[in-house]
Write a protein that binds this ligand. Sequence first.
Ligand code: HEM
Ligand SMILES: *[C@@H]1O[C@H](CO)[C@@H](O)[C@H](O)[C@H]1NC(C)=O
Ligand SMILES: *[C@@H]1O[C@H](CO)[C@@H](O)[C@H](O)[C@H]1NC(C)=O
Ligand SMILES: *[C@@H]1O[C@H](CO)[C@@H](O)[C@H](O)[C@H]1NC(C)=O
Length: 316
Amino acid sequence: MELLLLIKLILLGVQLTNVDALTPNYYAMSCPFAEFIVRNTVSQALRDDPSLAGGLLRLHFHDCFVQGCDASVLIDSTGDNMAEKNSTANLSLRGYEVIDQAKQFLESQCPGVVSCADIVAMAARDAVYMAGGPYYDVAKGRKDGRRSKIQDTINLPPPSLNSTALIQMFGQHGFSVQDLVALAGAHTLGVARCANFKQRLSNFDANNDVDPTLDSNYARRLSRTCSAGDDAQVGFDFTSNRFDLNYFYALQGRMGLLASDQTLYSDPQTQMIVNGYAMNQARFFNDFQQAMVKMGSLDVKEGNEGEIRLNCRRVN
Ligand code: HEM
Ligand SMILES: *[C@@H]1O[C@H](CO)[C@@H](O)[C@H](O)[C@H]1NC(C)=O
Ligand SMILES: *[C@@H]1O[C@H](CO)[C@@H](O)[C@H](O)[C@H]1NC(C)=O
Ligand SMILES: *[C@@H]1O[C@H](CO)[C@@H](O)[C@H](O)[C@H]1NC(C)=O
């Protein structure tokens, strides 16, 4: 009996000293209202501008795919360092002010405790939920990185990739084909600029003027929109502020906006998954949650590998 108690105490001790592991209760003692503060900030921001849901979700993706989920995406460039932000792949990332605001509240409540990387992960989750998507627990304890370099953004997928290349790239990060399609479903939120799909609309290749996988009426509509220039925006689906199935319906209707979207319907392997999600929202939501949890743990920095940044835009 006593021995058992001793073992239990030792195990508890190990648990308590192993504070580095990500856990949903990470801030339970040190900042019990952390989740609440982030949720409130996101909720307020989305009330003012519902389209920020897409921005916040994408911020988390770009953070995690470059140097791991360590808030490196938030760092501003300085005189001697060109940060990730300044890459062309940053492509209009937005939502930075929401993260800044949450951080400011958190610093006033529990100074120096909550990492910017955790704020980004929570904000993305809250944005998805508030836009009508699933809710999932975010394990916390990520540390903020000290490196943010423009050349690291080479790890982000360009919108021209076909499904073979996407499967390979996501596979390198440990994602299955199913994870890839579920994550691509994030494009149920948000918009893209003409710069990222105009190549599909004219002089596409030697045989086709327009990308043959694109619905021709839709292509004409896009061409009209894009006559306004590279920065003209188009929603990925008809409900760009709602986390729903319309993105998958769009793919089925050959109205995927980016080449990297429509390719998921051209490849039989991924088409099967797209059709499965289009038929069953619960399946999409479930796979999306799981894939997001996986994405949120990519190359997470723990202990001395990182820090708790005081200002999300600058290393301490
Ligand atoms: C599969 C490979 C992917 C490619 C090639 C890709 C590419 C892009 C591009 C080019 C844009 C438009 C940027 C602009 O023109 O402003 C965009 C937007 C977006 N992406 Fe992706 N993306 C991918 C995967 C993901 C993933 C995994 C997520 C999140 C889990 C995500 C979330 C978003 C969101 C929410 C937007 C809209 C942003 C906004 O409205 O501000 N994307 N993506
Ligand atoms: C980096 O991007 C910021 C924000 O858009 C811009 O103000 C700044 O001039 C850019 N810095 C460089 C060195 O290009
Ligand atoms: C993103 O990159 C573009 C092109 O390099 C730059 O003009 C823009 O200022 C950058 N945006 C941010 C927020 O840094
Ligand atoms: C996909 O893209 C890669 C690299 O650009 C190319 O080698 C391959 O042939 C393409 N696959 C298909 C099925 O189009």
